[in-house]
Design a protein around this ligand. Structure first.
Ligand code: GTP
Ligand code: MG
Length: 201
């Protein structure tokens, strides 16, 4: 898969502002500062989403439209970049606020084909991650875990992390990725293409 065109569409806070667009969608969710916007830029091979060292850079749900091409097919889709949760001390309350917005956006959004749960591979799941996991499962949202910042650890260690997360989640869709050196980019793109392809075939 290749993304041949990509651009910012609009920022939204709920499903109503998204609704008229009958395009398949892949959502990027996860904690603050883990590299959601960087992943989106790396996949699109363009800097369309703002990134930054300070947590909380993305505050609204930012929608991007892409045109992709691959395996003899071409299609349009939406990539949605979510604000991060859980960087402040009042993280439980903040998580609940975050979840209410995400809930409002995802409930009844029949265009979502996959949720990419972006996770800093140097961390372990804590209470907030467990809450997100439970919520995704309760909602029946298919998700894939993208373990970012692979350039910060050795290759062997990152593959060990991948195995550990596969075991604990009981699913194969766990990817190792680095937006710094592009490691894993092809696999994640292929995965996204498959999710989107299901919608257009
Ligand atoms: P919020 O919008 O605040 O929730 O953050 P985000 O998850 O969108 O993270 P963002 O992409 O803005 O990246 C946060 C910081 O991590 C930036 O300084 C990035 O340059 C850095 N970063 C992101 N991905 C990687 C990576 O794979 N490796 C390394 N070394 N740094 C990364
Ligand atoms: Mg961001």
């Amino acid at each position: 898969m290749r993304i041949i065109d990509a651009g910012f569409l609009r920022s939204v806070t709920g499903i109503d502002q998204r609704r008229p667009l009958a395009l398949p969608e892949v959502c990027f969710v996860g904690r603050s500062n883990v590299g959601k916007s960087s992943l989106l830029n790396a996949l699109a091979a363009r800097k369309i989403a703002r990134t930054g060292a300070t947590p909380g850079v993305t505050r609204l749900i930012n929608l991007y439209t892409i045109t992709w091409e691959g395996e003899g097919r071409r299609g349009r889709a939406i990539l949605s970049d979510f604000p991060g949760f859980g960087y402040s001390k009042v993280s439980q309350g903040m998580y609940e606020g975050w979840q209410a917005m995400v809930e409002g956006y995802m409930a009844g959004n029949e265009w979502i084909r996959r949720v990419l749960w972006v996770f800093d591979m140097r961390r372990d799941f804590d209470r907030l991650d467990a809450m997100l996991l439970e919520w995704l499962r309760a909602r029946g949202l298919g998700f894939s875990l993208i373990l970012t910042k692979a350039d910060k650890v050795s290759r062997g260690a990152s593959l060990e992390r991948q195995r550990a997360f596969r075991r604990s989640l009981g699913q194969e869709e766990v990817f190792v990725f680095s937006s710094k050196d592009g490691y894993g980019r092809k696999e994640v793109l292929f995965h996204v293409a498959r999710a989107l392809g299901k919608a257009t075939s």
